[in-house]
Design a protein around this ligand. Structure first.
Ligand code: EPZ
Length: 421
């Protein structure tokens, strides 16, 4: 397994370009199951999760061709609509094949994605929605077995929680359902609207993209399309925070500013200067950093996927910051590691109280989940001395060459391959 070795203390200066959004590519890749014609996706980032889903889709019978940042997929047929545990357990987003397999092939057997480090991650709302569309769904031996022999029927579905992949799964399932499906309290994340637009480009009839009420009119089939992936707002936000906390001056190109309102408000509150410059955003860090409070919420609230990174910044701010994680029940794994660097953080249930310290000290750390690993790298950038972050396969799931981009901005980082691990 690889680790990153970081010598802290450098301000980040220069330009960086944001890659395509992981959480926009994954559901659209699953959408390729809906048609035998070619779906071409461009601006695809080079990520472990995308390779993992490509592997599962290939296993299902999808023809997948990767050419640089272009991904071409087509599904003339599916041998067996079964997504096995060994493949699903490595990436929970594999659950996204359930809706399209059931919608097009009328049956599917998908391993229940277990929980993960950040929480139990139930999929009950995915299953309840499919049942409302007429599917029979049983849970047997760790698998979701779903059948709709006469096809899914349009239905009115209310999501008690605006689940992102739940909304996406049900949207995918509804594309061929007979009649109209309405999804109320749908997730508002930009990646959900992106999926709706992409499916419409393939011939689906989805309205309400970007609102909490999605209406999907069933159609008979989808056709070929070419779709460019939107920029990754979480990667962009990670670079904003990196520039802010190193008191840097970074121009972030291809930055989806309108998807980052909640973060921009908080960074400005902390004293960071953020201005648009052409199609980019310039982020200039200011010292001392002001402590801010925040609460994670579903979009457009403060994103849970940026909570760990913001906490890293608050560890060196000039006061007391309270961070409340309301989306996932166990998303403070980075706290113990940040404490090893001298951070002063107390956790009380879903709240973390961070008292800023003058400096962090480099230390050997272990990554536990994707965004926690990003926060440890950010802390290493400002820590005195050397920080080593191990198990960075977590990082590689969601960041396309993070250390390369940071090195170009002046960070001192090297990737070391641990043969003995
Ligand atoms: C998506 O996960 C993202 N993953 C996550 O990003 C992100 O953290 C999360 O949305 C929240 O924004 C992808 O898009 C692939 P949810 P998802 O269903 O869809 C509860 C990353 O870092 N819930 O919106 O799994 C659930 O317990 C990853 O890239 C149910 O109760 O999240 C949680 O409390 C990490 N029942 C809340 O909803 C359900 O059936 C939000 O979860 C489904 C969800």
């Amino acid at each position: 397994m690889d680790r990153l070795v970081i010598e802290g203390g450098n301000r980040l200066v220069g330009e960086v370009t944001v890659s395509g959004a992981k959480n926009a590519v994954l559901p659209l890749m699953a959408g390729a199951l809906l048609t035998g014609e070619e779906l071409t996706i461009t601006n695809v980032p080079a990520l472990r999760d995308i390779r993992t889903l490509s592997g599962l889709l290939t296993h299902l019978g999808v023809e997948v061709k990767a050419e640089g940042d272009r991904l071409c997929l087509r599904t003339p047929a599916v041998a067996e609509p079964v997504a096995p545990y060994e493949m699903v357990k490595t990436m929970r987003a594999s659950i996204l094949v359930l809706g399209p397999l059931l919608g097009r092939f009328k049956r599917a057997k998908v391993s229940l994605p277990g929980g993960c480090a950040i929480g139990a991650r139930p999929v009950n709302l995915h299953i309840d929605g499919l049942r409302r569309m007429g599917a029979t769904v049983e849970i047997e031996h760790g698998y979701i077995k779903a059948e709709a022999p006469t096809g899914l029927k349009g239905a009115k579905i209310y999501l008690e929680v605006p689940t992102v992949t739940g909304t996406e799964n049900l949207m995918l399932a509804a594309v061929f359902a007979s009649g109209e499906t309405v999804i109320e309290n749908a997730a508002l994340e930009p990646e959900v609207a992106f999926l709706a637009h992409a499916l419409n480009k393939m011939g689906a009839k989805i309205s309400g993209a970007g609102t909490e009420r999605l209406v999907i009119e069933g159609v008979d089939g989808l056709h070929a399309a070419e779709v460019e992936v939107i920029p990754d707002r979480v990667e962009a936000g990670t670079f904003m925070i990196a520039s802010a906390m190193t008191v840097g001056n970074v121009l972030i190109k291809n930055c989806p500013m309108d998807h980052l309102e909640a973060l921009v408000v908080k960074l400005r509150e902390a004293g960071t200067v953020i201005t648009t410059e052409g199609s980019g955003v310039r982020v200039v860090g200011k010292w001392p950093i002001r402590s801010v409070d925040l609460k994670t919420m579903a979009y457009p609230g403060f994103p849970t996927d940026m909570q760990a990174q913001m906490m890293a910044m608050m560890t060196i701010a000039g006061g007391l910051s309270v961070i409340r994680e309301t989306v996932f029940e166990n998303r403070f794994m980075h706290v113990g590691e940040l404490r090893r660097m001298g951070a002063n953080i107390a956790v009380d249930g879903r709240s973390a109280i961070i008292r800023g310290v003058s400096t962090l000290g480099g230390a050997p750390l272990m990554a536990t989940d994707l965004r926690a690993s990003a926060s440890l790298v950010l802390a290493g950038l400002v820590a005195a001395g050397r920080t080593e972050v191990s198990r960075i396969y977590h990082l590689d799931r969601g960041y396309d060459g993070l250390e390369k981009k940071l090195i170009k901005l002046g960070a001192v980082i090297k990737r070391v391959h641990d043969k003995n691990e």
